[in-house]
Design a protein around this ligand. Structure first.
Ligand code: SF4
Length: 271
């Protein structure tokens, strides 16, 4: 098999993992979507540090030359005070944050929860995935991104060669909103310090914000998900890539291709 053909196979395998149809290659291999002719994937580029608006035209030009999206919003909320008596700022591990979440009654979402869902994954994860809030299955199990949407997330991560176990996965709010409604502003405001502390502890290389609520919270903006995609934002200096929530992909398969584009950008930023 030629190099180009090997690359085509890799590309189509990734497409299939994201839900594409099956195609049979002339050598008998079965890998990807049948409605598309195999085409080689772009060779992996050397990871380049993303630009920020303050980086100036030279860095922005080099980012563009590297084939990466332009710099977007940079949000740097005040951090915790090391000498603060706030138990959250004193929490030195993800487990310690999880214990605080388990006892939390700071907003009305505590009233209907079966379990809190603080998040899961290694404390030294290179990628942090942030969703919106727990759904029914998450509330029942205490684990984030389980059920159909979770299975799709696992496939998406596999497609960029990141086993789910190596990613820290969490949500903006840690208790299930009733009837899976969007978390309300005051609920997000009450809960977001837990997310910010988790990110501070993990210190990931990249954050993948899945869905509008996660993106708007991490970037402190009201811009739509569509407007925020295809840029490299920053949260406390960490690159943030915005994409669709897996649950939205289940409702609208047309968003799988743009999601694949987004996660490939996130993958390129991982060193
Ligand atoms: S959603 Fe967050 S702030 Fe509200 S009760 Fe649960 S853990 Fe506390």
């Amino acid at each position: 098999m030629t190099d180009g053909r090997a690359l085509a196979r890799e590309f189509l395998t990734q497409q299939r993992l994201l839900g594409g149809d099956t195609v049979v290659l002339t050598d008998g291999g079965t890998v990807g979507p049948s409605h598309q002719a195999p085409r080689p994937a772009a060779p992996p580029a050397t990871p380049a540090a993303p630009a920020t608006p303050s980086d100036g035209p030279t860095v922005r030009a080099s980012t563009a030359a590297a084939g990466l999206p332009p710099a977007g919003i940079s949000y740097d909320p005040p951090g915790g005070d090391l000498f603060s008596a706030d138990p959250l700022q004193q929490a030195a591990s993800l487990d310690a944050v999880g214990s605080l979440v388990a006892a939390c009654t700071k907003c009305r979402l505590c009233e209907g929860r079966a379990h809190t869902v603080p998040g899961e994954g290694p404390g030294d994860a290179r990628l942090v995935v942030v969703g919106e809030g727990p759904g029914r299955v998450e509330d029942q199990t205490g684990r984030p991104f389980v059920g159909q949407a979770g299975e799709l997330l696992t496939k998406i991560l596999s497609a960029i060669e990141l086993p789910r176990e190596r990613v820290f996965i969490c949500n903006v709010v840690k208790c299930r909103p009733p009837e899976n409604r969007l978390p309300q502003f005051d609920e997000i405001a009450a809960c977001v310090p837990y997310l910010f502390r988790q990110i501070d502890l993990v210190k990931p290389q990249v954050i993948l914000a899945m869905g509008g609520t996660a993106a708007q919270t991490l970037l402190n903006t009201k811009q739509s998900l569509g407007a925020l995609r295809n840029q490299i934002h920053r949260f406390r200096g960490i690159p943030v890539i915005v994409t669709y929530h897996p649950a939205a992909l289940l409702r609208n398969p047309n968003w799988k291709k743009p999601t694949w584009d987004d996660v490939r950008i996130a993958r390129r930023l991982l060193v």
